[in-house]
Ligand binder design. Structure first.
Ligand SMILES: [Zn+2]
Length: 229
């Protein structure tokens, strides 16, 4: 194997990341594993906030409905970390293919409707420079139908301290007026997308702003929910 082939194999392995079956065509999870993936919403609820266990854990006041692929646990927790912090792009391809299948299934439900706009929670400017790009955009853009373009609807207007080290109350305080809205959202259905929902404070404060600006509904779509221990 020459160096170039080795590099390609490292960047984009040629086997399923769940069952190790050989794959071609740039896929990272085989069709069987995509179908068999057992995530958080096996009953295909149109809104995870209808589940008492989830509603109790995430007191989201401004979010009308919630979707998540799984709890924050392997393999997705590992894949997300390797994508975000080690730039393993093939992990993004794998996560996006699972998300894509999940939302395609949700969309077969009679009550389902796609939102008008899909928007990521923006990163603080300093973190954006460090990581180079908003990885959440890539994750979701590859997962959703092509007509649903992930749009930067919100921007942070001052540097917010890294959220991970703060408690829920401090997060809310820190987030008050953290965002600017860049477009008219009057009467629109918006989906806010993120990778991991921890307390929900960030999503809720963004949703509050969108509702105040006249949005008809705000959904939150995340890859993983962090279970409270
Ligand atoms: Zn497989």
């Amino acid at each position: 194997m020459d160096a170039f082939t080795k590099a390609c194999a490292w960047l984009f392995p040629q086997y399923c990341q769940l069952c190790a079956q050989p794959l071609s065509g740039g896929q990272q999870v085989c069709a069987h594993c995509i179908k068999a993936f057992n995530g958080i919403n096996t009953d295909l609820e149109e809104d995870l906030l209808l589940r008492a266990d989830i509603q109790r854990q995430f007191p989201l006041r401004y979010i009308d409905s919630l979707q998540a692929l799984d709890w924050y646990r392997p393999p997705l927790s590992t894949w997300l970390k390797q994508y975000k912090y080690q730039q393993r792009m093939y992990r993004q391809v794998a996560i996006s293919s699972l998300l894509s299948h999940y939302f395609a299934q949700l969309a077969t439900q009679p009550s389902w409707h796609w939102p008008h706009l899909v928007a990521p929670i923006p990163l603080a400017p300093s973190r954006l420079v460090w990581r180079g790009f908003n990885q959440v955009v890539r994750l979701w853009q590859d997962a959703l139908p092509p007509q649903l373009f992930v749009t930067n609807l919100l921007e942070r207007h001052h540097s917010t301290r890294a959220q991970a080290r703060l408690g829920a109350r401090q997060r809310r305080k820190n987030l008050a007026q953290a965002f600017n809205l860049k477009a008219d959202v009057h009467n629109l259905d918006i989906a806010l997308v993120d990778d991991v929902l921890t307390t929900g404070a960030t999503l809720d404060s963004a949703a509050k702003l969108l509702k105040a600006a006249g949005a008809r509904s705000v959904s939150a779509w995340v890859v993983c929910l962090t279970a409270k221990t």
